[in-house]
Write a new protein. Structure first.
Length: 276
């Protein structure tokens, strides 16, 4: 490779490509960047971490917005990060991009014995159950919950822990049982806040957390992703509040100067005029 930063050699072009050609083009570009670009040469696995997190959130937002051209762009950014990490690791003799790809291929084969082996399954639920059992046996995981990173956002972490526990049979029988648990947690929280409990911040926080955990559990039983549901609620609130602000400006008013009744009137108007 040429170590000259100001190299004028021709850059790789897209033209008519197979997926293999396109991926090789990306690998070639990254190889060159690691040699010729001061910023890319300086990066480490650790320095890229926060940038990767940002890219994943940008992909998530594009999916929520149903902006599929942006989804395409953000997926490209994430693929670039995977190649970038692998190239840095190769420089350090840790692993290569081939190791990464072969690793996930082997994992997929092991976790899909109903496709690549002689196991029979009836539905997606049985597939998910098998996954957790395979992780504990063939992949020698020491804990069912060991694959849930502590760094996950708390709502995601609760959902994934419940999924994994359910995968080995530790779960409720039906949604009615789970709803009973939700109501129990509501009563316990109410007692702490307004009733016979201590009312301490620690106890209220604990009971509030128990209620949220139970609601996440209930979401699984009614086939609702709690993260998606909360994002819908966030989007609904943002759109309606923006509507209130816009209508207030049209009236020459500031929200600070409006009464709660006036704002509520515009809020009800927003609910009628906006779908979400």
């Amino acid at each position: 490779m040429n170590d000259n930063i100001n190299s004028n050699s021709k850059q790789p072009t897209a033209n008519s490509q197979s997926s293999t050609d396109a991926f090789q083009r990306l690998l070639d570009i990254m190889d060159r960047l690691r040699v010729e670009c001061p910023w890319d040469k300086k990066q480490t696995i650790e320095s890229l971490r926060h940038l990767t997190i940002e890219e994943v959130f940008e992909l998530s937002q594009a999916i929520v917005d149903e902006d599929y051209q942006d989804v395409k762009k953000e997926l490209g950014d994430i693929i670039m990060h995977i190649v970038f990490y692998s190239r840095i690791a190769e420089d350090r003799n840790l692993f290569t991009i081939d190791d990464v790809i072969n690793g996930i291929c082997e994992k997929l084969i092991i976790r899909h014995p109903h496709v690549f082996g002689d196991v029979s399954v009836k539905n997606a639920e049985e597939v998910a159950d098998n996954w957790e059992k395979i992780k504990l046996t063939k992949e020698h995981n020491r804990s069912v919950l060991g694959g849930v990173p502590n760094a996950l956002p708390e709502l995601v972490k609760a959902y994934r822990m419940q999924e994994k526990a359910a995968g080995v049979g530790f779960d409720w029988d039906n949604k009615e049982q789970v709803w009973d648990k939700v109501e129990e947690e509501i009563r316990e929280l109410k007692e702490e806040v307004m009733g016979t409990g201590t009312g301490s911040r620690e106890r209220v926080t604990e009971e509030f957390g128990d209620l949220m955990f139970a609601l996440v559990n209930y979401s699984r039983f009614i086939n609702v992703n709690p993260m998606d549901a909360l994002e819908v609620a966030n989007k609904k609130f943002r759109n309606r509040f923006n509507y209130v602000e816009e209508k207030a400006r049209e009236q020459g008013k500031s929200l600070i100067d409006m009464s709660l009744d006036e704002m509520n009137e515009l809020w009800e108007e927003a609910k009628k005029n906006l779908r979400i």
